[in-house]
Structure formats: C-alpha cells, structure tokens
Design a protein around this ligand. Structure first.
Ligand code: TXE
Length: 455
C-alpha cells in the first residue's frame, strides 16, 4: 500500500497490506481473546478504554500530525477531532455500566423475569477516512465496552491513524487478541465479508454499504451501516441575523473540506432574504484560507482523494450547463496536491447533480424558495435521510418543518454536529442502525431473557 500525502501527492510510506492468511490468523486470535475479555466486568473494560483515551490525549500533537499528513485535514481540525472524539469515552464511562447491566423486570412470588446483555462475539469494523477518530470510536470503543473483540479495518486513506489506535489500545491494556487492525483497500474489505464475524459495522459510501449488507445478509447477524447524505439546510425569512446564518451555514458546508457525512450539502433560502444571504455567504467563503494543511491558519486543505477533483468539476460543469451561476471557486487549484477552490453555485435547482448527488467536497448549491412548503418538498426530495437543518427565530415554525423530515437527525439553528448523548442514525440510503447514546451502547450486545421460577 502506498500511503500518500494529499497536500503534495508524494508517497509518505509503503506498507504491506494484510492478506487472506494474516487476516485468518488475526480472526482466530480474536475468537480466542473474546472469551476472557467478555469475562471481565464492564468497569474493568472501561478502565482500559479510559487509559486509551488518556494516551491519545497525551500524544495528540503527534497523532494530529499523522492524521493531517495522510488525509490532508487542516492541523487545527485534526486537533479538534482528536480532542472532540474523547466525548465518546466520557459517554461510555458515564453510561455503559447502566445500559449493559442486568435488568430485573419482575420479582413477585416465586417468579422472576430479568434481562442480561451479552456481547455479540467477534465483530468487524470497516471504517472511513474523513473523521477516523469520531467514526472509529463510535464503533470499536462501544464494541469493546460491550465485551466483544474487534477486527478493525481503517480506510486505505487513514491507515497510519488506524495503526495508532491499535498501538495505544494495546498499551492501554486491551489484549492483542481482543483488538486487531488489518490494513488494505476494498479487496481486503471483501475478504473480511467471507469471515464469519458475529456482526458487521460499516462506515462509508451507500454503494459499498449496500454491497456489504447484501453479501452478509445470509449470515443473519447484526449489520450496521453509517453511510452518506445530501443534507439540506433551509434559511427562513425570519432569521434575526442573516450574516450569522450565512457564516454558520458556510462552516457546515466547508468544514473538513465538506468531507463529512453530515455536512450541509444543499441550501435553500427564503426569497425575501436571498440576495443578502448570498452576499454574506460568498464573502465568508472567499475569506477562507486555502493552503498547506500543516499551517494552523489553513481552513481549506486538499481533498483526501484525488479522484474527487474530477467528480466535483463535473458537478460544477453540469450545474453551469443547466443555468446555475458561479459566485466563488469552481475549479481545482493548479499546484501540487488535490486542491479544489471552495465553490458556491447559485440559482440552482433539482435538475442539477449538485443539488441531488452527494458532493462530499467543497462545493455547495443554493436555491431560492418562495415558501416553507416549497422548502419542505425540496428538502424531502432525496434518497438519503441523515440530517436536516432549519434556521429560524421561531422554534415552533422550525419544529413544524423538522417534524416533516424523514431523517435520523434534525437541527434548529445549528448543523453538522454529532453528540454521543443522542442516537446517530441514518434512514433510507444513509444507513441502518444507530451508534451513540443508549442505542449505540446496546448495538454491540444481545439480550438474554431469564424466566426464573423457584420451586
Ligand atoms: O467510502 P468507501 P470512501 C461516505 C461518504 C462518501 C464515502 C467516501 O458518503 O461518499 O463514504 O468514503 C471499504 N467490501 N461516508 O470512498 O469506498 C474501504 O476499504 C468491504 C459517510 O472511503 O465506501 C473502506 O475501508 N469493504 C460516513 C470503507 O469500505 C469495502 C463517513 C469505506 O470505503 C469494499 C465517511 C468491499 N467491496 C464517509 N469496498 C458517515 N456516515 O459518517 C470498499 N471497502
């Protein structure tokens, strides 16, 4: 595997990918290790997870440099992710014992009814590159807390970070035969589907997620998918501060170069404030510093994947051919590295790919709407169902709109955020199952119901 630096296109290091044989050996070790790991108490397992978190924070500068070098994420955003992801560990320490402990539902006369929660066994986590800490912790830390052993395959674009997870989990006391990292691209991913894991947990594209779910369906074990989205944001005509709304919406669209499953992917603006909003939005985007991701002032670094440059150019050309106007950016930057200027297209409509196909990059389309009803019908016109946002000064107006969304998450006057306190779930082509919250804690265990009767 050639690990490249997206800021320069240069090769950082070459690594040997795992093979069918190394994969099998690791799988067998994990089956063995899971027995003793599940015999520990939740508290004992959490001690290791807490130590892991402490080691990561202790080494966050070195880890952020690795994340930035292999994904092109601006260094400040790498540090933000590593620090922010710790909230998953805090969440587990606060709630895992409560949600994983036995529950006695009935204890009357000579009859008791109770539920115990048992681990699934050995699970596989096939993960993504855009927020490897956030999307990784959502799965493998919660799986470990539940008493499972984990085979973790980082994306081929975040391999070095994945190896750091393995290093620090082992240093923190998670046995080597309880957490194993395998490295490789989709071909190795395909081999993983042939192993008999007790659960498949995937984060990535709809196409790959659908393929995985179809391939392993016959095994009748849990499958969870965190997929993409085409998340809408609607700015109503009663926002108190149009400039602030534009700033927040721009950050939602361009943070992490738009490479976030819950990034704002399309914006609808009430016609009365449309021109003022566009001016404020374009001013904000033009002020973003595009540059070397190791520079702390950089907000827009290179895209992680070179092939996305052509994909985004095609979306821009398609929109312009169908009547959109270009207000900022529009092309890749002619220099080393996979740079694409932050791009704003206006006068957009749903004939254009930029309003219907996931961009997963620094390109946003904006469309004028005449009413809340028109906004709702456009927001719902998508095969995805991850998040939807409404900016308004009126909470009831916003809630009336958000109740109509068929998405796992909705936002009022905020966007592009994930919290471990509430379920993170995608509907329709955005996913299957939930991580985080009590749902995430119990995603990696299975209930055993006890009916007990004294003689
Ligand atoms: O995904 P891929 P990418 C989505 C986002 C975007 C896409 C980009 O919508 O469109 O992912 O990420 C492995 N069998 N999200 O291109 O190609 C592959 O090696 C088994 C949403 O990386 O799906 C990698 O480890 N595995 C998400 C993983 O699948 C296979 C956040 C994902 O790769 C495989 C991040 C196969 N046949 C990205 N082919 C969210 N909801 O948070 C590939 N893989």
């Amino acid at each position: 595997m050639k690990i490249k630096n997206p800021a320069t296109g240069d090769i950082i290091i070459e690594l040997k990918a795992d093979t069918a044989e190394t994969l099998k050996n690791k799988f067998n070790a994990l089956k063995e290790g899971q027995k003793s790991w599940s015999a520990l108490s939740v508290g004992e397992r959490l001690e290791c997870i807490e130590k892991f978190g402490a080691l990561v924070q202790q080494h966050k500068n070195e880890l952020a440099a690795i994340l930035t070098e292999e994904t092109g994420k601006p260094i400040q955003q790498s540090l933000n992710e590593i620090t922010g992801a710790h909230n998953r560990i805090d969440h587990l320490c606060k709630y895992a014992e409560r949600w994983l402990s036995e529950e006695v539902l009935v204890d009357s006369g000579n009859t008791r009814e109770k539920i115990a929660y048992e681990p699934l066994g050995v699970i596989v986590n096939i993960s993504a590159w855009n927020f490897p800490y956030n999307v990784g912790y959502n799965v493998f830390l919660y799986a470990l807390a539940g008493g499972n052993s984990v085979m973790y395959k980082p994306s081929e674009y975040a391999v070095l970070t994945g190896k750091q997870f393995e290093k620090y989990l082992h240093r923190a006391g998670v046995p080597e035969n309880v957490f194993q990292c395998v490295i490789g691209d989709g071909r190795l991913g395909q081999l993983l589907l042939e192993e008999d894991f007790d659960g498949y947990f995937f984060t990535g594209s709809y196409a790959t997620g659908k393929h995985i779910a179809e391939t392993v369906a016959h095994k009748l074990v849990p499958v969870q998918l965190e997929l993409g989205g085409k998340d809408p944001l609607y700015v109503t005509d009663d926002v108190p501060d149009i400039k602030q709304a534009a700033i927040n919406a721009a950050e939602g669209a361009f943070y992490n170069n738009g490479q976030s499953c819950c990034a704002v992917e399309r914006i609808y603006v009430a016609e009365r404030i449309y021109d003022e909003f566009i001016d404020a939005f374009v001013e904000e985007v033009n002020a973003y510093k595009v540059g070397n991701p190791v520079d702390p002032d950089t907000f827009i670094g290179p895209l992680t994947r070179e092939q996305q440059l052509g994909f985004l150019s095609d979306q821009v050309a398609d929109a312009l051919n169908k009547g959109a106007f270009l207000k900022a950016g529009g092309q890749s930057v002619e220099e080393k590295g996979y740079y694409f200027r932050p791009t704003v297209l206006v006068n957009c409509d749903h004939r254009m790919k930029v309003m219907t196909e996931e961009s997963f990059g620094p390109v946003i389309g904006i469309q004028k709407v005449a009413s809340d009803d028109e906004a709702v019908s456009l927001m719902k016109d998508t095969p995805y169902g991850l998040t939807a946002a409404v900016f308004s000064s009126d909470e009831q107006r916003a809630l009336n709109l958000l109740r109509k969304m068929d998405t796992g998450t909705v936002y009022w006057n905020c966007c592009d955020r994930v919290s471990p306190n509430v379920p993170w779930s995608g509907r329709k082509n955005s996913g299957l199952g939930s991580t985080l919250s009590f749902k995430g804690i119990r995603a990696f265990v299975q209930p055993k119901s006890y009916h007990l009767r004294n003689w």
